[in-house]
Ligand binder design. Sequence first.
Ligand code: APR
Ligand code: PHB
Length: 394
Amino acid sequence: MRVQVAIVGGGPAGHLLGQLLHKVGIDAVILERQTGDYVLGRIRAGILEQVCIDLMDEAGVGERMHKEGLIHGGFDMLFKGERHRIDMNKLTGGKNVMVYGQTELTRDLMDARKAASLTTIYEAGNVTVHDFDTAKPRVRYEKDGQTHEIECDFIAGCDGFHGVCRASAPRNAIREYEKIYPFGWLGVLSETPPVHEELIYANSPRGFALSSQRSHTRSRYYLQVPLTDKVEDWSDEAFWQELRLRLDPEARAKLVTGPSIEKSIAPLRSFVTEPMRFGRMFLAGDAAHIVPPTGAKGLNLAATDVKYLCSALIEFYRDKSEAGIDHYSQRCLRRIWRAERFSWWFTGLMHRFPENGEIGQKFQEAELDYLIHSEAGARSVAENYVGLPLNFGE
Ligand code: APR
Ligand code: PHB
């Protein structure tokens, strides 16, 4: 098989890239290790910045998102038992975010791909990438006991944190930055109405809690837990009880509980790879960077990488210019580091770090107090949360 772009990984990044390329007539194949159902079974954050919404529209798959997505103009920060609203809309001159699950977004992209009869090879085993330091890269994979080879112009490594593309980059050409946090997030999805119409980020003496949602009838909640905790340690009842204790009295009284549909523990990590281009192989999304989920930036960063990659490829094919390709890494990384900084900072602000001692606690409280009482402080939180403009600093 020969294609212009071989996309490794069929998560949101790979699927969005595939759809955007299709729209401009660049042919691509997606190789995904898992089945489609497995990919859709992974529950991840669901907050879309305007850039991500615009890209879904550009890809021609925004219809259901606009119908079912919920627009949020603010969120609450809870500390010392009281909630304070960050009015993002007002503070940013009219910007909002949209609540729309990553699963739904991926499903829309998969459906569009199917409707356009584009090739996705699911259950592609043992994918390997070759010759990306030449003009004729190749990708090999195994399927049904046979080895197949794809010839392409470019390889897009959209294969997530554990993917093969980053691992195949020459070790002497790559630099990785990493921070692991000393706790995880225990998440529960339940078919119950959310406790509040907007999100509540809670800094409680018992640890961080987040009240989020997927719709008016489906809630997503998280608790900060020690890394040593196992999902089996947490019955639904124990989860609800602990969540109650971390919320304010009003939310506590409104909390509707029910059986969990999904329950999992995720570690928190900040991670960045530099560069994101190796000859004719590009990394995009979780393959290149991870943020702790506190700022809900993971999917949005993946989407902007894809946007930059798509325009670089258009420049290459249409304008015969390599400028976009040459700048890909630098353009992405500038945005990535800003979001990494915000996600790290917001994580530090909202979680409990016993190792920082009582003084650390006091600093945190003072910072929260400052942020919610200073318009400048609150605006800084808001403008980062809704996503800095694409041309920020240019
Ligand atoms: N061969 C083929 N596919 C692979 C391989 C491989 N060797 N390794 C991983 N994959 C697939 C995974 O099965 C997964 O479906 O690549 C896909 C990567 O998808 P994601 O992990 O969802 O990453 P990405 O598309 O970059 O999406 C980023 O996901 O983790 C969240 O917060 C993050 O929301 C952000 C989004
Ligand atoms: C979620 O709804 O899963 C979610 C929302 C906001 C976050 C993280 C996760 O910051």
